[in-house]
Design a protein. Structure first.
Length: 187
């Protein structure tokens, strides 16, 4: 079973977080939503999300995918977490999947994990990171790192990750259950 960690912080983008949580669980993934601190997390649009655990409680576990939602100030708070930085570095060093959407690619960039990579983000989120090749695409896959632009790309982002971490059949099954119009489906 594919094991996924979705870290969240006060101010994380709930549309992105909940879309990933929902679609990954539809795919049969084991999803752990981890807050930086104990208790419920108030997301960027005042939606309250109750994490499964605190990040420091699950930081030693191995995950097939660590997927970061964006949103501000959530992405900034994630970037400041030393516990998350260690999780991300280990994930990268072990060649496991890393994913970030919206403002969250700056979390990876801040810790040097996007150096030499092609990446996308919400406009301006990667400014100042000269070692990142910024591209204007909805989703960018570079090795084991996947980035995406923002709330409007969240569903395609989650589906892409399902295809990469599981297989095309699982991705197609999940997408079929969503009743998405054909015009919205990605290759």
């Amino acid at each position: 079973m594919t094991r996924v960690l979705i870290p969240i912080a006060e101010g994380s983008e709930e549309l992105e977080a909940v879309t990933m949580i929902d679609l990954f669980r539809r795919a049969g993934f084991e999803v752990t939503v981890a807050g930086l601190a104990a208790g419920p997390v108030r997301a960027s649009r005042d939606t309250v999300i109750v994490p499964d655990a605190r990040l420091d409680e699950v930081a030693d576990r191995r995950f097939d995918l660590v997927a970061l939602p964006g949103g501000l100030p959530g992405a900034k708070r994630l970037a400041e977490s030393e516990v998350l930085a260690a999780v991300l570095r280990r994930q990268h060093d072990e060649n496991r999947w890393l994913a970030a959407i919206c403002a969250a690619p700056q979390v990876l960039a801040r810790h040097g994990l996007l150096a030499g990579c092609r990446a996308t983000s919400f406009p301006g989120a990667l400014e100042g990171f000269e070692d990142v090749e910024r591209v204007d695409e909805a989703i960018v896959v570079d090795g084991r790192i996947v980035t995406s632009q923002g709330p409007g790309t969240a569903m395609d982002f989650a589906l892409e990750l399902i295809g990469l971490c599981a297989d095309r059949e699982t991705r197609d099954r999940v997408e079929q259950g969503l009743q998405r119009p054909a015009a919205h489906r990605r290759g």
